[in-house]
Design a protein around this ligand. Structure first.
Ligand SMILES: NC(=O)c1ccc[n+]([C@@H]2O[C@H](COP(=O)([O-])OP(=O)(O)OC[C@H]3O[C@@H](n4cnc5c(N)ncnc54)[C@H](OP(=O)(O)O)[C@@H]3O)[C@@H](O)[C@H]2O)c1
Length: 275
C-alpha cells in the first residue's frame, strides 16, 4: 500500500504534535499537509518540514486521511467549509472534544467514515493516550492506519460506544491536571516541611515519574503497589490513614464524575451549534 497522504485542518498544538510524530515515523513532507489561518504559524510549520496551506478546502484535496484539529467552537464553520468536498474514500478523524459523530456527519454532508477521538495533553510529548470510536465499517488496514496515525503520539485504544468518550475525557483527557494538582500539593507541603522550592519540585516530580514507571512496568495493580510500600505503623500508613479518614477517595470519585457530567453537558451544547 502507498504511504497515505494525511491532511490536518488546524496546525495548533495537537495537530502539529500528530504530524511531527508521523514525520518521525518516516512520512515525507508531501504526505503531511496542514491548513492554518495564521501566516506566521504556517511559516513555522513549513520550517518544521510540513506542507502548509491557508485553505481548508485545498488541504483536504486528494487526502487519504483528514484530521480535524480545530477548537470545538470553530468546528461549525470548518464543517461548513468542508461540506461536500471530502472524497468518500477519505477517512476523517476528529479530535475535537465534545462534538458527536452525528453532528460531524451532518456537518460534512455525506456518508463519510468518521473516527471520533479523545487524545490528552501528554501527546505533546509523545506520551499520550487516545480513546477512539467509530460507527463506520473500517477494514483491517484502515483500522491499523488509524491506530498508527494516532499512535504517533502515544498509546491508543478503541471504545465500544461513543458515550464512553465522555468517561475517557473525564479520566485521561482531564487526568493530567489531577496528577499536576497532586504534584503541586506535594511541592507545597515539601516546602512547609523545610525543603527548598527546587528540591521540593525535584522530589515531587521524580516521585510522580517513578510511580508512573512502576505502574506501567509492574504486573501488580495500583492497590497492590500501594500496599507493598505501606508498612504497618510506618510513615506512608500515617498519610494514607489520614486520606482515608478525610474521605479522599469519595471526594475524588465525585470530582471525576463531575468531569464526565460536564463533558456530556458540553457535548449537548456544542452539538446543537455544529449542525
Ligand atoms: N490540547 C489538548 O491536550 C487536547 C486534548 C484533547 C483534545 N483536544 C482537541 O484538539 C483540538 C485542537 O486543540 P489544540 O490544543 O491543538 O488547539 P490549538 O492549539 O488552538 O489549535 C487549533 C488550531 O486551529 C487553527 N484554526 C483556527 N481557526 C481555523 C480554521 N477556520 N481553519 C483551520 N484552522 C484553524 C488555530 O489557528 P489560530 O491559533 O491562528 O486561530 C490553531 O492553530 C480541540 O478541538 C481540542 O478539543 C486537545
Amino acid at each position: 500500500m502507498k504511504t497515505p497522504r494525511i491532511a490536518c485542518v488546524g496546525g495548533g498544538n495537537m495537530g502539529t504534535s500528530l504530524l511531527m510524530g508521523l514525520k518521525e515515523k518516516g512520512y515525507a513532507r508531501e504526505q503531511l499537509c496542514v491548513s492554518e489561518p495564521s501566516a506566521i504559524r504556517r511559516d513555522l510549520l513549513q520550517d518544521m518540514g510540513l506542507s502548509t496551506f491557508s485553505s481548508n478546502a485545498e488541504v483536504v484535496n486528494q487526502a487519504d486521511v483528514v484530521i480535524i484539529a480545530v477548537k470545538p467552537q470553530i468546528m461549525p464553520s470548518v464543517l461548513a467549509e468542508l461540506k461536500g468536498i471530502i472524497a468518500q474514500s477519505t477517512l476523517v478523524i476528529s479530535i475535537a472534544a465534545g462534538i458527536p459523530l452525528a453532528a460531524l456527519s451532518r456537518g460534512l454532508g455525506e456518508n463519510h467514515r468518521i473516527i471520533r477521538c479523545m487524545p490528552n495533553t501528554p501527546a505533546l510529548k509523545g506520551a499520550g493516550i487516545t480513546g477512539m470510536y467509530s460507527a463506520s465499517n473500517l477494514d483491517k488496514s484502515e483500522t491499523k492506519l488509524i491506530e498508527s496515525i494516532l499512535g504517533a503520539v502515544g498509546k491508543t485504544l478503541w471504545l465500544e460506544t461513543e458515550a464512553q468518550l465522555n468517561a475517557v475525557t473525564a479520566v485521561s483527557g482531564s487526568g493530567p491536571a489531577y496528577f499536576f494538582y497532586l504534584t503541586e500539593c506535594l511541592i507545597e507541603t515539601a516546602q512547609e516541611l523545610g525543603l527548598s522550592e527546587s528540591t521540593s519540585k525535584l522530589l515531587a516530580t521524580e516521585t510522580a515519574y517513578g510511580a508512573a514507571v512502576m505502574l506501567q512496568d509492574s504486573e501488580a495493580d495500583a492497590a497492590s503497589l500501594r500496599h507493598s510500600v505501606t508498612s504497618p505503623g510506618g510513615t506512608t500508613e500515617a498519610a494514607l490513614e489520614h486520606m482515608i479518614n478525610t474521605r479522599f477517595s469519595e471526594m475524588f470519585h465525585q470530582a471525576v464524575h463531575a468531569a464526565c457530567a460536564r463533558s456530556i453537558e458540553l457535548g449537548n451544547s456544542v452539538s446543537g451549534e455544529a449542525e
